[in-house]
Each structure stands twice: as structure tokens, then as C-alpha cells.
Ligand binder design. Structure first.
Ligand SMILES: C[S@@+](CC[C@H](N)C(=O)[O-])C[C@H]1O[C@@H](n2cnc3c(N)ncnc32)[C@H](O)[C@@H]1O
Length: 187
């Protein structure tokens, strides 16, 4: 598993900072103009910058545990037209620096496999989601062991109180990934 630190943050930003999954996944989602979006493991913030085109009157919060990644995300966003509505916070999935019942949609794009404790992270997302709101998950199909990881993830989602309400396989622009949308119910 990748060790996330300043060095890997620089490497990720240089090679995958605008990875196509972010734009392609956001284009599949129907985001409200005034939504509050939280992106867990936001990397360089690419997904939030794309989401801001739909969320023209809401707020977008990116969370990543690596301070250097958060700096890079801020740097990529400073000249964006929606920069005043996009903020980044240092934090991990296991202890999200976000109030209860705040988010209308949570993104976890190519992020879950990197968490220290997936069950705790899913519990945290359940806590910050408004009732009936959505978690959108991207899993890159090219990642080794993807089939086993998917089965394990679906079991964990159910245990954490999420119902999968949508699944689509997207292959485009040299990327291939699954996008799941889930609703939080009582665990
Ligand atoms: C493969 S990158 C994906 C970044 C971005 N979501 C994207 O799709 O371009 C994985 C990200 O997960 C972050 N990460 C690592 N451990 C994490 C944790 N415990 N909680 C949340 N994010 C974590 C990394 O710092 C990194 O930015």
C-alpha cells in the first residue's frame, strides 16, 4: 500500500493530479446547486473543482491527512472561479473534521483502500451525512486485487449502514472504474 507523505503527495500531484476518474465520476452525479459536498481523501482537489460547475451556490470541503497534499490542493484551487466556496482541511477518514449531519454528498474517490481503518471511516461518513444523503465511491478497476476488494467493500458498506442504490462501470479516456452511490440508513 502507498505510504502517503509529502513525497508521495508530490508524486501523485505530478502524475495523477487531474486523473480523469474525478471528472468522469462527477459528470455522472446529479448534484444540487446548493449542496454541501465533502471529499474524503481529496488528493489535489480535482473532483471538487469539477463538482463546483454543478454546485454553483453550495460549499465544497476536501479532507486529506497529508498536509503537503492539502497545500497542493489549495495551490491548484486558488485561481479557480469557485475558490471562495472550496476549502481544504487536514484530517483522516477515521476522524473527519466535519460536524454531524452536514454533508449532502460525500465523495470517496480512489480513497477507501488507502484508509487505515475502513469500518471506522465509513462510520464517520455515516455521521457527517444528512439523513437520506449520498456517499459516492469510485474504485479504479486497474488496481491489483480489485475483485476481492470490491466484495469486501460491499460487505463493509452494508455493515456500516449503507444501501447501494446505484452502480455503473465507466471505461473512457484510458481509465476504467466503478462508481457506486449509496444511501446511509440505520446500521
Ligand atoms: C489515490 S489518492 C486519490 C486522490 C483523489 N481522491 C483522486 O481520486 O484523485 C488517495 C488519497 O487518499 C488519501 N488518504 C490516505 N490515507 C487516508 C485516510 N486515512 N483518510 C483519508 N484519506 C486518506 C491520500 O493522502 C491520497 O490523497
Amino acid at each position: 500500500m502507498t505510504e502517503w507523505d509529502s513525497e508521495t503527495a508530490e508524486w501523485y500531484a505530478a502524475n495523477y493530479g487531474e486523473y480523469a476518474t474525478n471528472r468522469l465520476a462527477v459528470d455522472e452525479l446529479d448534484l444540487s446547486v446548493d449542496a454541501i459536498i465533502v471529499d474524503v481523501g481529496c488528493g489535489t482537489g480535482s473532483a471538487l473543482r469539477h463538482a463546483a460547475a454543478q454546485v454553483t451556490d453550495g460549499n465544497l470541503i476536501g479532507i486529506d491527512p497529508v498536509p503537503r497534499m492539502v497545500e497542493l490542493a489549495r495551490g491548484h484551487t486558488v485561481d479557480h472561479p469557485a475558490s471562495a466556496r472550496i476549502e481544504y482541511r487536514v484530517g483522516s477518514a477515521e476522524a473527519l473534521p466535519v460536524n454531524d449531519d452536514l454533508a449532502d454528498v460525500v465523495f470517496a474517490f480512489d480513497s477507501i483502500d488507502h484508509w487505515q481503518d475502513i469500518d471506522r471511516g465509513l462510520g464517520e461518513i455515516h455521521r457527517i451525512l444528512r439523513h437520506g444523503s449520498h456517499l459516492a465511491i469510485v474504485k479504479d478497476g486497474a488496481v491489483p486485487g480489485a475483485a476481492e476488494a470490491r466484495k469486501s467493500l460491499l460487505d463493509r458498506l452494508e455493515a456500516a449502514g449503507f444501501v447501494v442504490v446505484g452502480q455503473c462501470e465507466i471505461t473512457s479516456e484510458d481509465v476504467s472504474f466503478t462508481l457506486w452511490t449509496c444511501i446511509g440508513v440505520e446500521p
